[in-house]
Design a protein around this ligand. Sequence first.
Ligand SMILES: Nc1ncnc2c1ncn2[C@@H]1O[C@H](COP(=O)(O)OP(=O)(O)OP(=O)(O)O)[C@@H](O)[C@H]1O
Ligand SMILES: Nc1ncnc2c1ncn2[C@@H]1O[C@H](COP(=O)(O)OP(=O)(O)OP(=O)(O)O)[C@@H](O)[C@H]1O
Ligand SMILES: [Mg+2]
Ligand SMILES: [Mg+2]
Lengths: 250, 250
Amino acid sequence: MRRIALVNQKGGVGKTTTAVNLSAGLARLDRRVLLVDLDPQSNATVSLGIQPHEQKNTTYAILSGAKPEPLPVEENLWILPSSIDLAGAEMELASAIGRETILRDALADLKGFDFVILDCTPSLGLLSINALTTAGEVMIPLQCEFLALHGISLLLRTVELVKRRLNPALSITGIIPCMYDARKSIARETLEEIETHFKDKVFKSKIRTNVRLAEAPSHGRSIFEYAPECYGAEDYLALAREVAGIEAIP
Amino acid sequence: MRRIALVNQKGGVGKTTTAVNLSAGLARLDRRVLLVDLDPQSNATVSLGIQPHEQKNTTYAILSGAKPEPLPVEENLWILPSSIDLAGAEMELASAIGRETILRDALADLKGFDFVILDCTPSLGLLSINALTTAGEVMIPLQCEFLALHGISLLLRTVELVKRRLNPALSITGIIPCMYDARKSIARETLEEIETHFKDKVFKSKIRTNVRLAEAPSHGRSIFEYAPECYGAEDYLALAREVAGIEAIP
Ligand SMILES: Nc1ncnc2c1ncn2[C@@H]1O[C@H](COP(=O)(O)OP(=O)(O)OP(=O)(O)O)[C@@H](O)[C@H]1O
Ligand SMILES: Nc1ncnc2c1ncn2[C@@H]1O[C@H](COP(=O)(O)OP(=O)(O)OP(=O)(O)O)[C@@H](O)[C@H]1O
Ligand SMILES: [Mg+2]
Ligand SMILES: [Mg+2]
């Protein structure tokens, strides 16, 4: 079972869009996937058409001791939804013994999934640290814009620290270029800088800007259900194939 | 002295772009403006060409007791820069007595400014709460996309709580529509929903999507110095006039 955390404290870079559509893409490739929403804004939950306030078995309940009961969403895709009460979790967890390992232990008995994908908040607080302690791999969605590059060093240092002190098995699988618009010179320049700096740690599959990806959440569907022929679906399926280790279509 | 906090826990909605360019716009209108960077990613600091790691009088130092020494940036515009060590502040402040009022007290002796603009992290943690306790007004940059609408109720509730328990003078001045692209139906629909829901609390000046705004930070300049004739400069000057209470140009 591959456990992948999507982390980047820079906001609005495509973490949730990637969590939802990479999960759905892997499900299309017949992998059994569990998506875990660790953001109190419940963007991943809402993107798949689930009402957060109606859910009982939320990630907040699971962090408080409830047994995880994954909710089926599409074929081969389940979710552990979040709700607004998760907003208080960071303050509540702050004084708990082993506060960084609560999620890892809560999900320890999960069976029957090929992939567990963790969607995180735009911060490196306790919820994101719990995700890094639970995961075996980190993927970094990165918007191809100047400001998004700037926070990377803090993120890499935090991952290193979690690896050394809490989770020796943790490794960075790669950087996912998101919201790429080849018409903008700032995007081309930023992508060049990312590829020079991170070399083979950058996924070959780049996610282009595509308005369908921004529309799909308002219909509560993954991109494959909402607009299966668009660039967004093409790009996320190519990324899913690359993550699953399937040869790219020449 | 008007103290304005730009807050929205949704990431990437235009908080920093608005903090930098509204501040610079007000400075163009001959207001004396202090920009305070409360994000450890230092995006506002970097956007104005300042190297965070070279600064001594950072917001972290000020929260730890140093006297604020604003750094001049453009005419009529000063900044209190942030740096990476601010990332540890939330955990360090968590157990301090009166932890929510430390910034307010640290800035209490500031004189000679017409506006203080506070740029916040994409979260409602202790740094953002400090900003809400320091400010007299809240402005909410809101991206015209579906997911950005979803977190607003949590934000409004948090502002209400801070007003009741910590800062009775706090009020929401308005919502600033950001990154608006009239060609996208999702943007038009979202803007309609914002205006129906929030009525006169929505600023008349809308900020259109304009690639110059994304380029300016890589040159370390406000939009007025980098590309004074572009839509981005036009929109942020109109917003600055509206915030300063100057009649809109017909
Ligand atoms: N490739 C894309 N093309 C067009 N729009 C996109 C794309 N990826 C994401 N978006 C839109 O951009 C916005 C930000 O994306 P998203 O919410 O996935 O980022 P995030 O990193 O999860 O944000 P946060 O930091 O708030 O958690 C959303 O409105 C989303 O619909
Ligand atoms: N009106 C606009 N037109 C084009 N690009 C924009 C506009 N406003 C912001 N951007 C770009 O979009 C990205 C997100 O904006 P910004 O960093 O200001 O948001 P933020 O809310 O401060 O993000 P965070 O939540 O990480 O603090 C940046 O790369 C910025 O340059
Ligand atoms: Mg998200
Ligand atoms: Mg910002």
